[in-house]
Design a protein around this ligand. Structure first.
Ligand code: SF4
Length: 112
């Protein structure tokens, strides 16, 4: 009876050790996948349109429309091309397959 308990404990410990090594590795692709779905501000198309995740950081010297009173109310989440998603990020037809931040902005903003 005691031998069976020792074997069961060893099996449990081996399984738990193996699981603890595998679970963090399995989580890495999910983190990378989430980041890969977001528009990179350094992407040439994003740069050409002045896209920024934070609309307050738009280069208003290059994109003066964002500095006007009307422009300051423009964000991705009130743009006609925005499709709301999770966690404040959503789709944009300008960047197929990528997500933009709801409080972001680019020069292609359109009134909804
Ligand atoms: S088109 Fe609209 S939703 Fe897309 S990045 Fe520009 S402002 Fe944001």
């Amino acid at each position: 009876m005691k031998i069976q308990t020792k074997v069961a404990r060893r099996t449990f410990l081996r399984t738990a050790l193996a699981a603890s090594a595998v679970i963090p590795l399995a989580a890495i692709p999910l983190v990378l996948k989430a980041d890969n779905h977001r528009v990179d501000e350094a992407n040439p198309s994003a740069k050409a349109l002045g896209y920024r995740h934070d609309a307050a950081s738009v280069d208003t010297a290059k994109f003066p429309a964002r500095a006007t009173a009307d422009g300051k109310t423009q964000f991705c989440d009130n743009c006609k091309l925005y499709q709301a998603g999770d966690d404040g990020w959503g789709g944009c037809s300008i960047f197929p397959g990528k997500q933009v931040k709801g409080k972001g902005w680019c020069g292609a903003w359109m009134k909804a």
